[in-house]
Design a binder for this molecule. Structure first.
Ligand code: NAY
Length: 293
């Protein structure tokens, strides 16, 4: 199979005002993401509040997004990492039936699992369908980096074709690439995408691409074209946006930013909440969105 590359928005989830999954709002969010000129969408990940959603809601979201993206040319990666393997496989099989192009999953982290349990999880998940699987290194979510040797073993599993690397341990990123040069490397911290790209990332997957997708496509093109000054300029703009989001809370602030742009997508699901009043957050996000690029 052909190596996976390119820039993907880690899609957000549409909820109604009471916090229930909302299909119409999911369609609006999806349509917005599809307009950005990205390679595709990463569906049901951390940015999609998947740690706060039930498996039925994630299944419904897979359906809606597949329907919206039909004929768009966008590639769809389904994140199916659930606390247990059985639910992960159920979502993986559904994604395969719906025509998704790839799978990804957080390592299991609902208990302090050992490296063998994590490898066993990825092995079983990779075997469940024919879709290429992108494993996920994200210590800020799991509380535990996977050791280099264990990661290399996981990358050798059949059907494992990539890794989404969301860590600031760039030396580890480079060592992984040297050990396994043939798989795809996606970088997962939007605000420092440039560093991953310079060290050889094949693409990026991020929350803020939902709104700044065009900027990240231009950043990636500048990087690949050797225009580092331009790439840095664009990265600076994205960093100002991320700095603002860190004050509101990333996902709650993204939802406020969407509201400012005229896309209502509801609150984040409890207990995830804005770190300031909604009015203050709106003013805060309006100020960064009005900034000329
Ligand atoms: C996802 O859905 O799994 C992601 O969006 C992963 C990438 C994000 N990282 C985390 C830990 O959520 O986009 C980043 C992140 O939100 C951004 O860099 C701001 O820090």
């Amino acid at each position: 199979t052909e190596r996976m590359t390119g820039m993907y928005a880690a899609l957000m989830t549409g909820l109604d005002d009471a916090g229930e999954f909302d299909e119409a709002r999911q369609r609006d969010l999806t349509a917005y993401g599809l307009k950005q000129g990205l390679k595709g969408l990463y569906v049901g990940g951390s940015s999609g509040e998947s740690g706060l959603l039930g498996v039925d809601e994630l299944a419904a979201q897979q359906d809606v997004v597949a329907d919206c993206a039909r004929d768009s040319g966008a590639r769809l990666i389904a994140h199916v990492g659930m606390p247990n393997l059985r639910d992960s496989i159920r979502l993986a099989e559904r994604a395969a039936d719906l025509g998704y192009h790839g799978l990804s999953a957080l390592p299991p982290h609902s208990y302090p699992f050992g490296d063998d349990e994590i490898e066993g999880y990825y092995r079983a998940l990779a075997q469940a369908t024919d879709l290429p699987l992108i494993v996920y290194e994200v210590p800020v979510r799991t509380g535990r980096p996977i050791p280099l040797d264990a990661l290399v073993r996981i990358l050798d599993l059949p059907n494992v074709e990539g890794i989404k690397f969301t860590s600031t341990d760039l030396f580890k990123f480079s060592m992984l690439r040297r050990r396994r040069p043939d798989i795809s490397y996606f970088f997962g911290f939007d605000e420092i995408y440039l560093t991953g790209g310079v060290l050889g990332a094949d693409g990026g997957i991020g929350t803020t691409y939902n709104i700044l997708g065009k900027l990240y496509v231009a950043l990636d093109a500048a990087l690949r074209g050797g225009d580092l000054a331009r790439a840095q300029e664009l990265q600076d703009v994205s960093q100002i946006f991320v700095e603002a989001l860190l004050e509101t809370g990333v996902l709650p602030g993204m939802k406020v930013a969407f509201r400012v742009l005229g896309i209502e997508c509801g609150p984040t699901r409890a207990p995830m909440a804005l770190r300031m009043s909604r009015d203050a957050a709106e003013a805060h996000m309006r100020a960064v969105l009005d900034r000329p690029e």
